[in-house]
Ligand binder design. Structure first.
Ligand code: DAU
Length: 362
C-alpha cells in the first residue's frame, strides 16, 4: 500500500476567554512559554514529524497577529496556508472550514494551545502506513470533566467518547493532537452542535466509531499541557525550561552577580549585583539589578527588574518590577506591566495582570 500524504492543520482561532485579561490583546496561542509563543511548539512538532504543508486556522480578530508571529517563526521549506474561520463554532467546524485546503489528504490536527513533550514522528509514520481512519492520543488526567473523555473496553479499544462529561466514564482525556483521513468530513456532516453550541471534534470521532470506521488510540508518552489557564501556562513554562533551558550568556553579567544552574541571557541584557538560579530564560535588552531571579522564570525582552525577588513566573515584554518587599511567585505579567513598591505593610503576591496593568504593592 502506498503511504499516505499528510498535511498539518493547526487550530489557532477561538476566543481564549480563560486566559483573560492577557487574551484581550494577545491571541492565546501567542502567549509565551519560556519566551516562545505556544504556537511555535506546535509548528516545530509538525515539522519535526516531516510535515511541510501546514494550514493554520485563524479568527478574524486575532488572525493578523498570528500571521505576524508565524512569519517570525517560519523555517524555510515549509508551506503555510492561513484559513479564516468566521466564528469559533467548534473544533469540528474549524476542520470543516479547512476541507478545501486539505484537498483529500490525511492530516494531523493540532490544537494551537496544546504543548506535548514527545515527538510525533513515530505516530505520524505509523499513520502514514496503516489503515486506520483516525488515530487519537489519550492521557490519564485528574480532572477529566475538563476534556474529551474516552471509554475503553478490556482490550483497550475505544468504545465511547464524550466531550467534557459531568460524570466521566474514565480518566482518559483526549489530547489535542489527532490524525484523520478525509472520512472525518462525512462524520462531521452528521453531527449537531453540542449543548455549548459548538461542533465538537469529540462527537465527530464518536460518529466515526458509530459508522464502523477504525479509530485507533495510543497512550500519550511524556507530559502534555493544555495551556488554557494561568496555572497550566506556568506548569508548561516549568516543563519547557526543565527540558530545554541551557546555559547561554549573550548579555553582560558583572562580577557581583552569581549565575547558578541553567541560565540563558539574551543579547543586550545587563545583569548587575544579582543572583539568578536556573532554569531561567531572560530575553534581550533587559536590565536585572540588585535582584534574585529564581527557578522556572521566563522574562521576555525589554523588562527591568530591580530590588526584587522573582520565582516561578512568566513576564511578557517590557515589564518593570522594582522595590518589592516580598517574593513574587507564580505570577504571569502581561506586556508593559508596572509593579512597584507601595507604602504600607507587605503582603504575599499572587498576580495575574493583563497587558499594561499597573500594580503598586506594599
Ligand atoms: O486540550 C485538549 C482538549 O481540547 C480536548 O480534550 C477536548 O476534547 C477538545 O474539545 C479541546 O477542548 P478545549 O475546550 O480546551 O478547546 P478550546 O476551545 O480551548 O480550543 C482548542 C484550540 O482550538 C485553541 O487553540 C483554539 C482553537 N479553536 C477553538 C474553537 C472552539 C479554533 O481554532 N476554532 C474554534 O472554533
Amino acid at each position: 500500500m502506498p503511504s499516505r500524504r499528510l498535511k498539518g492543520l493547526v487550530l489557532a482561532g477561538g476566543k481564549g476567554t480563560r486566559l483573560r485579561p492577557l487574551t484581550y490583546t494577545t491571541a492565546k496561542q501567542l502567549v509565551p512559554v519560556a519566551n516562545r509563543p505556544i504556537l511555535w511548539y506546535a509548528l516545530d512538532s509538525l515539522v519535526a514529524a516531516g510535515i511541510d504543508d501546514i494550514g493554520i486556522i485563524i479568527s478574524p480578530e486575532t488572525g493578523e497577529s498570528i500571521k505576524k508571529s508565524v512569519t517570525a517563526w517560519k523555517p524555510s521549506g515549509v508551506k503555510i496556508t492561513f484559513i479564516v474561520q468566521s466564528e469559533p463554532a467548534g473544533l469540528a467546524h474549524a476542520a470543516k472550514t479547512a476541507e478545501a485546503y486539505l484537498d483529500n489528504s490525511a492530516f494531523v490536527m493540532y490544537l494551537g494551545d496544546n504543548l506535548i513533550q514527545s515527538g510525533l514522528l513515530p505516530l505520524v509514520e505509523d499513520f502514514r502506513k496503516n489503515t486506520a481512519d483516525a488515530q487519537i492520543l489519550l492521557k490519564p488526567v485528574e480532572n477529566p470533566q475538563a476534556f474529551g473523555v474516552a471509554e475503553l473496553d478490556a482490550a483497550g479499544q475505544v468504545i465511547h467518547l464524550e466531550e467534557k462529561p459531568k460524570e466521566p466514564k474514565s480518566n482518559m482525556a483526549l489530547v489535542g493532537v489527532y490524525l484523520f483521513t478525509p472520512v472525518v468530513f462525512e462524520a462531521i456532516a452528521k453531527i449537531k452542535p453540542s449543548p455549548r453550541g459548538e461542533l465538537e471534534i469529540t462527537d465527530a470521532i464518536q460518529m466515526l466509531i458509530t459508522m464502523g470506521k477504525i479509530v485507533q488510540s495510543h497512550p500519550m508518552e511524556g507530559w502534555w499541557l493544555d495551556t488554557g489557564k494561568k496555572d497550566d501556562l506556568l506548569e508548561a513554562n516549568r516543563m519547557v525550561l526543565d527540558d530545554y533551558c541551557q546555559t547561554n550568556i549573550q548579555g553582560s553579567v558583572d562580577s557581583q552577580s552569581q549565575l547558578r544552574g541553567e541560565v540563558e541571557i539574551g543579547v543586550g541584557t545587563i545583569v548587575k549585583n544579582s543572583i539568578i538560579q536556573g532554569p531561567v530564560r531572560i530575553a534581550e535588552n533587559c536590565v536585572i539589578e540588585d535582584a534574585y531571579i529564581g527557578p522556572y522564570t521566563s522574562i521576555a525582552s525589554g523588562c527591568q527588574i530591580s530590588k526584587a525577588e522573582v520565582e516561578n513566573s512568566v513576564f511578557l515584554e517590557n515589564c518593570v518590577v522594582s522595590g518589592l518587599q516580598s517574593r513574587l511567585e507564580q505570577s504571569l505579567l502581561g506586556q508593559g506591566c508596572l509593579l512597584t513598591k507601595a507604602p504600607g505593610q507587605p503582603v504575599g503576591y499572587r498576580l495575574m495582570l493583563g497587558d499594561h496593568s499597573v500594580a503598586e504593592i506594599g
